[in-house]
Design a protein around this ligand. Structure first.
Ligand SMILES: Nc1ncnc2c1ncn2[C@@H]1O[C@H](COP(=O)(O)OP(=O)(O)OP(=O)(O)O)[C@@H](O)[C@H]1O
Ligand SMILES: [Mg+2]
Length: 397
């Protein structure tokens, strides 16, 4: 086991929230309008180590304490109790606004910022061109940074932070601000750092990068550590929790159609198991069971499903007519099963719609929008981009 680059030891951080209680002149005169404060605990007993050479991710909802934690690590905030021990030369890239002086030019800020991060003037001068080149801001370097866009700002801050030769780099949510080209360069830089045995602590809402790049991660929930370990598993658990919260109380199904025959329920079974579920992994065998009820005999119905990514893309919309399965008529109650083997969907959330039509698919008996919403978690094959896997077989010569 390698040595820790950083140790966070039972860190609790509370903020005082001030309330100005000067509601009336009467109160003011009576002296009851004094400033009072409540305490808000942003971090509760947070403990973990970041090992030398690893890329360590911090995930959690807005307001869960990620930035507060990073500020404690960077020494910008002092924990109310507990301690942070930094064992390597650190450079931190925190929220926008920290570090740069708005009235000064980009050039002046580079010198100022790098000096704060512990570089000598000579070293900075030697690295200056490289810093500016990485930032891509050659033509703006003599303009005051208050005229920069947030993306430009972050480019410069990042360029400085990585060029002061840190052994431990702490980065709070920057990938979101830069454009795609810059994000790519940051990622390349992280890979380079990692190959070099440097340590990176990364806060990001980009869960794909957490899966991709991080060796380990923690999940903060209301300021406490809710999970620690394998990034992929943690991201799965986190997404599951987030989706559960979003879906609670929302009855997403919308029905339309003439109604002679309707889908009453849809169940999903995975890998032959009896209990219905709403999630599975890429590569699992999935069986959908659609229960229908027909008020009268319906001739030559066509049963279809549509699978739509939560982002709005329909990925597949097969129906019984595609395979020449057209019953002469359906009446009463029954089930239609659809077996989907080794499902190629990649991690994400999907909606399943059901469609019952006449043979021409022009008359809609029943269209149940979001009959089922389900999640796909990472499985086999493991891929990070896109919505479906084509099960590629690679070779490099
Ligand atoms: N200086 C402060 N004074 C009072 N409360 C604060 C202060 N800084 C942060 N907080 C509170 O602490 C909590 C955690 O904030 P923090 O910025 O660490 O969250 P975060 O996880 O970084 O969120 P986001 O994903 O939105 O960046 C929030 O409720 C925030 O309001
Ligand atoms: Mg934050």
């Amino acid at each position: 086991m390698s040595t820790p680059a950083l140790e966070v030891d039972h860190v609790t951080k509370s903020f005082r929230l001030h309330h100005q209680k000067t509601n009336s002149i009467k109160q003011l005169v009576a002296g009851r309008g004094k400033t009072r404060f409540d305490e808000f605990t942003a971090l509760t007993d947070v403990t973990f180590d970041v090992r030398e050479g690893e890329v360590f991710g911090v995930i959690g909802q807005n307001g869960s304490g990620k930035s507060t934690l990073l500020k404690c690590m960077a020494g910008i905030l002092k924990p109310s109790s507990g301690s942070v021990r930094v064992h390597r030369r650190m450079s931190a890239l925190l929220e926008l606004g920290a570090g740069f002086h708005p009235e000064l030019s980009g050039r002046e800020n580079v010198f100022l910022n790098a000096a704060i991060l512990g570089m000598s003037r000579r070293d900075i001068a030697a690295r200056f061109d490289e810093i500016v080149q990485f930032s891509g801001l050659e033509s703006f370097i003599d303009a005051p940074v208050k005229t920069y866009s947030s993306g430009m700002y972050v480019r410069l801050a990042f360029a400085v932070a990585i060029n002061v030769d840190p052994r431990l780099l702490i980065v709070d949510e920057i990938l979101a601000v830069g454009d795609v080209t810059f994000q790519q360069r940051c990622l390349e830089k992280f890979v380079e750092f990692r190959a070099d045995g440097r340590t990176i602590v990364l806060v990001t809402h980009d869960l794909g990068s957490v899966r991709n790049m991080c060796d380990r991660a923690i999940w903060l929930k209301h300021g406490a550590v809710s999970g620690e370990g394998d990034p992929s598993e943690l991201v799965d658990a986190y997404t599951e929790m987030m989706l559960g919260e979003n879906l609670r109380g929302a009855d997403g199904s919308i029905r339309r159609g003439s109604g002679e025959i309707q889908v009453m329920s849809v169940e999903m079974h995975v890998n032959g198991r009896a209990e219905p579920v709403k999630r599975f992994r890429t590569g699992d065998d999935v069986r959908l069971v659609l229960s229908y009820r027909a008020e009268r005999s319906v001739p030559r119905p066509v049963v279809g499903i549509e699978i739509e990514h939560l982002g709005g893309t329909t990925l597949s919309a097969p129906c019984t007519r595609d395979v020449g399965l057209v019953p002469a008529q359906l009446s009463g109650e029954g089930v239609v099963t659809v077996d989907l083997s080794r499902v190629a969907l990649l991690p994400g959330t999907y909606d399943l719609h059901t469609v019952l039509t006449d043979f021409n698919r022009s008359h809609v008996y029943d269209h149940l929008q979001t009959a089922l919403r389900f999640d796909v978690m990472s499985g086999k094959p493991y891929e990070v981009g896109g919505l479906v896997t084509l099960r590629p077989e690679w070779s490099v010569h």
